[in-house]
Write a protein that binds this ligand. Structure first.
Ligand code: PLP
Length: 455
């Protein structure tokens, strides 16, 4: 058997894939990615594809950012690994923490705690939120509120605040004290077609839930500035400012899960800067990963506002010791990759490019909702876009899980040279943020042809 045939045969034979049935993966899958360059990838058969997935919302600088590669190699030569427990450190961790805090100073960030990925960053934020309230003497504040359709990773805390039952059912019972409220989702809600009215109603739902639970029992509200995995759901403009006010009114911390939206994807450096006037909404804790190192090496971070940091710093009892951290918190190679990534984000004005070419992509693909009989909604911002496929467009009837239409569209796109991601009824696009206008045109042409082929 040739090496390639062996790879295909072995894929799924020995490895269990995330989010997949182990047995179903035993059959050969075509998309084994062997090589990447710029915004392009090649599968093991040498088939060239534009990477519409960006690795998985992560490869923001594309697949051949020399500066990041060189920083990684230099770090491997200097120090491949050391821990950062109890004050031990290494230069890259120190440099990266200072750099991130400077970058997020306008957002009110004072400190940062590193981890190895997005789920870790969420877990860190949830734990710090509880500890913050305990330090302030509000020991009963342990509950979390989050949004339906939200995605916050796969650890027990993150899974418990996740708003998609598919990721929860097999692992229940989950963390007690986690409650879910309606997402401000314009296309699917029982309330209104008016965005600002929807923003108000959904913000009120948050307040009602806080009051119902008892404000003195609620630790934090966690949400993505724009929902990603749930189908790229962009909240109305007034939602986050209202949420900020409500959280403040009831002493509830606001956690912004920026694992997808952080580092430029929405056209702004951070998703919270999309919302509110004059520089965005200040969260209390931010979850960061993926784009922080452009996916070159796993890394996560939780950014801590001065409001939260101060309570920890002022503690005289010793209870503010953070009993949390990972062997690979601030991995030196990840930190080196992140420092080089931040240089490149600045040098190339990555958020600016995401905003500019993203606007073209959004405008072109929104037309699919008019031209294609099974496209119900096209939504997004910057370089994150979701296309929701439906069974009945007029009635907005959801596409049944058994439908093969989403997979057929993805297959057509693949054959035409475009990698896309299917999540339930949604086709999700999250290409590298350095994608050019010509490449975006190719992406849109290919996708339009793929939908037409299935029509
Ligand atoms: N939070 C959000 C918003 C995400 O989209 C993801 C992953 O896609 C995570 C958390 C979990 O990150 P990871 O898969 O790196 O653990």
């Amino acid at each position: 058997m040739s090496n390639i045939a062996q790879l295909k045969a072995d894929n799924g034979q020995y490895q269990w894939h995330p989010m997949a049935h182990p047995a179903a993966m035993k059959k050969t899958r075509p998309d084994i990615v062997a090589r990447g360059e710029g915004c392009w990838i090649w599968d093991v058969d040498g088939h060239k594809l534009l990477d519409g997935v960006g690795g998985l919302w992560a490869s923001n600088l594309g697949h051949s950012a020399t500066a990041v590669r060189d920083a990684i190699v230099a770090q491997l030569d200097e120090l491949p690994f050391y821990n950062t427990f109890r004050g031990t450190s290494h230069p890259r961790a120190i440099e990266l923490s200072a750099r991130l805090v400077k970058l997020m100073e306008p957002d009110g960030v004072a400190s940062v705690m590193f981890s190895s990925g997005g789920s870790d960053a969420v877990e860190t934020a949830l734990k710090l939120a509880r500890q913050y309230h305990k330090l302030r003497g509000e020991k009963d504040r342990f509950k979390f509120i989050s949004l339906r359709q939200g995605y916050h990773g796969v650890h027990f805390g993150g899974m418990s605040v996740n708003g998609n039952t598919n990721f929860r059912r097999a692992y229940e019972p989950l963390l007690p004290g986690c409650f879910h409220i309606d997402t401000p989702w314009l296309y699917r809600n029982p309330f209104t077609d008016d965005p600002l009215e929807l923003g108000e109603i959904c913000a009120e739902l948050l307040e009602r839930e806080i009051v119902f639970q008892g404000p003195d029992t609620v630790a934090a509200f966690i949400a993505e500035p724009v929902q990603g995995a749930g189908g790229v759901i962009v909240p109305p403009a007034n939602y986050w400012p209202l949420v900020r006010k409500i959280c403040d009114k009831h002493g509830v911390l606001l956690i912004a899960d920026e694992v997808v939206t952080g580092f430029g994807r929405t056209g702004h450096l951070f998703g919270t800067r999309l919302w509110g006037q004059g520089g965005g909404i200040r969260a209390d804790l931010w979850c960061l990963a993926k784009g922080i190192s452009s996916g070159y090496v796993p890394l996560g971070a939780t950014a801590i506002s001065s409001k939260v940091a101060q309570v920890f710093n002022d503690d005289k009892t010793g209870q503010a010791a953070v009993g949390h951290g990972y062997t690979y918190s601030a991995h030196p190679v990840g930190a080196a990759a992140a420092l080089a990534t931040l240089d490149e984000i600045e040098r190339l004005d990555v958020p600016g490019n995401a905003g500019r070419v993203g606007a073209v992509m959004q405008a072109r693909l929104r037309k699919l909702a008019q031209s294609c009989s099974f496209v119900g909604d096209v939504r997004g911002v910057g370089l994150m876009l979701g296309i929701e496929m439906v069974q009945d467009k007029a009635l907005r009837t959801p596409m049944p899980r058994s439908s093969d239409i989403p997979a057929r569209v993805a297959k057509e796109a693949y054959q035409r040279g475009l990698m896309v991601r299917i999540s339930g009824p949604n086709l999700i696009l999250s290409p590298p943020l350095v994608i050019s206008q010509t490449e975006v045109d190719h992406l849109c042409d290919t996708l339009e042809a793929s939908f037409a082929a299935v029509e």
